[in-house]
Design a binder for this molecule. Structure first.
Ligand code: HEC
Ligand code: HEC
Length: 549
């Protein structure tokens, strides 16, 4: 009933807001209203400098322990503010779900963060992922237009009060969900952190690094604002003193996010084709707008709609402990939804066609609290296609898609050719397992702590990392550097390599492979896959020390 009233109120508002000519021309339900400016909390006013600082922090991979994951890694404008890697078929971004088995029905297409790291910045095997980057249990939601909802996340656990995590002072009494959210990922051991990383560790890191130093490209406006200054100086311009605190990091990132408003879709500009107007009508007639109504195309309420068995993900129940909330998820806004595949909290569907088919059959699972509006809809092929048409171009802001205007952004190190690239495959050892080498950190010339990890090797075996000018094929290959270490009883290991700082190696491609002593392998060693990279010449002391602390 409440939802119906919302819908009626929304329809009324939009009818008032729009020219009668347009309402009359289509003859169906009134158009959905356009998106106005977002609310700004009074105690965190927007300033151009704060937005710029937030943009730098949001795109700075140095906020992660590996130097390879920024907020933006999982929230790209061209992917509708979501995670672009998960849209690839067969993407490695899979979490095995509650049965912990890969390849079963409850697998989740989630976001890839960092490998499991201990407090010294060495890789640790995780039960599910070994030394590969870990993948969370949910699809990302969009950081675009995230300024509007009063609670964030699929389960709404980021509430609207923002308390300084260090001083415990309430900084924002209402409307601070973005600030609240921003400090989660940086200390999350799956997304950006190592075990036991604290917010103060993050603030110390930020204070010590050159802003966006790893980005191969920074948009000119941001570049000239940063102007070779360090973060404390930038914080001083924005906040009046140079302390880098977790709360200030959150205030700046949230301000930047409040500038990411996708409100220039054809739907907002009322430039829909006839077929698209018909699509919007089909969307409304099918009852979609009852939950995906209003300017965001979301009621910001929680519903269980039968995507998965009710207890596969507790959803809202995790926040309220109310049984009626089991499996309920926050209705996702639908702007830019065309760009943000795969869909639903578990990334179950790759196409909007599949999503509409799902609704047309009334969902796939049921439970006592399933929303009564999720029932077979009896839509014919033409109606289904019309709904999909509406979900595509009409709801896509081309500036987000093309990363222009407010969505223009720094390029990430991990998008650059400097990221260590796969070179060639390894050779198996005992039991025919081939050791896997992971090397993702920026390979900085002279870094004493370039972290590598190996798993799937022989238990307790001796291992040797070989860095060479050509792809090494044996443990005794001519090398720029070799380093011995021992694998654990689980056949894995991690260590820091000291990368050379040698002018002769500038611009030269190097190859890295790990050999594992193994009598059952040909030549007495099994070998990992190899990676290639060029050394990055960045002469800051903090870079030399590596990314661990
Ligand atoms: C490893 C990938 C990853 C990284 C890194 C990451 N996020 Fe997210 N983000 C997610 C996922 C997954 C969710 C949804 C989680 C959930 O709902 O439980 C999410 C949710 C959000 C939301 C909520 C959107 C909504 O409508 O509820 C915002 C805002 C957000 N992230 C911003 C950020 C910021 C700011 C950072 C950096 C400080 C960041 N994210 C880093 C994956 C990531
Ligand atoms: C009862 C409320 C409700 C109705 C009615 C409804 N939806 Fe949804 N919609 C949701 C919720 C809740 C989710 C997230 C569910 C989840 O992930 O478990 C969702 C997810 C989606 C998504 C995926 C978005 C993303 O970012 O992953 C699309 C697309 C979508 N709905 C389109 C539609 C269409 C089209 C209709 C009409 C045929 C419709 N919805 C009807 C509540 C609703």
């Amino acid at each position: 009933m409440r939802a119906f009233l919302n819908f009626a109120a929304t329809a009324l508002l939009s009818a008032l807001a729009l020219a009668p000519r347009i309402v009359a021309a289509q003859g169906g339900p009134p158009p959905l209203p356009p998106l106005g400016a977002p609310p700004i909390p009074a105690s965190n006013p927007q300033t151009p400098a704060k937005i710029a600082l937030g943009q730098a922090l949001y795109w700075d991979e140095q906020l992660s322990i590996t130097g390879t994951v920024a907020c933006g890694t999982c929230h790209m404008p061209r992917a509708g503010g979501n995670e672009p890697r998960t849209a690839q078929p067969n993407s490695a971004s899979v979490n095995p779900g509650s049965d912990q088995l890969f390849g079963s029905n409850d697998d989740i297409v989630g976001s890839m963060g960092v490998a499991n790291h201990d407090a010294d910045g060495l890789y640790q095997t995780s039960a599910l992922f070994g030394m590969a980057p870990q993948v969370g249990t949910r699809q990302s939601q969009s950081a675009i237009n995230a300024a509007y909802p009063t609670t964030l996340f699929w389960d709404g656990r980021a509430g609207s009060v923002f308390v300084d995590p260090i001083t415990q002072t309430t900084l924002i009494a209402n409307g601070g969900a973005l600030e609240n959210q921003a400090l989660g990922p940086v200390v999350n051991g799956v997304e950006m952190a190592h075990t036991a990383r604290t917010l103060l560790d993050v603030a110390t890191r930020v204070a010590g690094v050159r802003p966006l130093r790893l980005s191969p490209y920074v948009p000119p406006a941001l570049q000239s604002w940063i102007a070779n200054r360090d973060y404390p100086t930038l914080f001083a311009e924005v906040f009046g003193s140079n302390e880098v605190t977790p709360a200030r990091i959150a205030l700046a990132i949230a301000s930047y996010e409040r500038s990411l408003i996708a409100n220039q879709t054809p739907h907002d500009l009322q430039s829909l084709t006839q077929a698209e107007v018909a699509g919007r009508q089909a969307f409304q007639q099918a009852g979609c707008a009852r939950c995906h109504g209003g300017p965001l195309l979301s009621d910001n309420d929680f519903h269980y709609i039968g995507v998965r068995p009710q207890n596969a993900d507790p959803g809202r129940f995790a926040v309220t402990a109310n049984n009626a909330d089991r499996g309920r998820m926050r209705t996702p806004p639908l702007r830019n939804v065309e760009l943000s595949a795969p869909y639903f909290a578990d990334g179950r569907f790759r196409t909007l066609e599949e999503v509409v088919d799902f609704y047309n059959r009334g969902g796939d699972f049921t439970a006592p609290n399933k929303d009564p509006r999720i029932v077979p809809l009896g839509l014919n092929a033409q109606q289904r296609a019309a709904i999909v048409t509406f979900l595509k171009r009409p709801l896509t802001d081309p500036r987000a898609q093309n990363e222009t205007g407010p969505f223009e952004r720094p390029m990430l190190f991990s998008e650059s050719p400097y990221l260590p690239q796969p070179a060639s495959a390894g050779t198996p050892g005992l039991g025919a397992t081939t050791p896997r080498l992971f090397a993702a950190e920026p390979p900085l010339a002279g870094s004493s702590e370039f972290t590598i990890g190996v798993d799937r090797g022989r238990a307790l075996a001796a291992a040797r990392a070989v860095l060479s000018l050509s792809d090494p094929t044996s443990a005794d290959a001519p090398a720029v550097l070799t380093q011995n270490f021992a694998l654990t009883s689980s056949g894995s290991g991690s260590m820091h390599l000291a990368l050379p700082n040698d002018a002769n190696l500038q611009g030269v491609t190097l190859y890295l492979r790990v050999f594992v002593e193994d009598a059952a392998a040909s030549g007495g060693w099994s070998s990992s896959n190899s990676v290639s990279f060029q050394l990055l010449e960045i002469n800051d002391e903090v870079f030399r020390q590596g990314f661990e602390d």
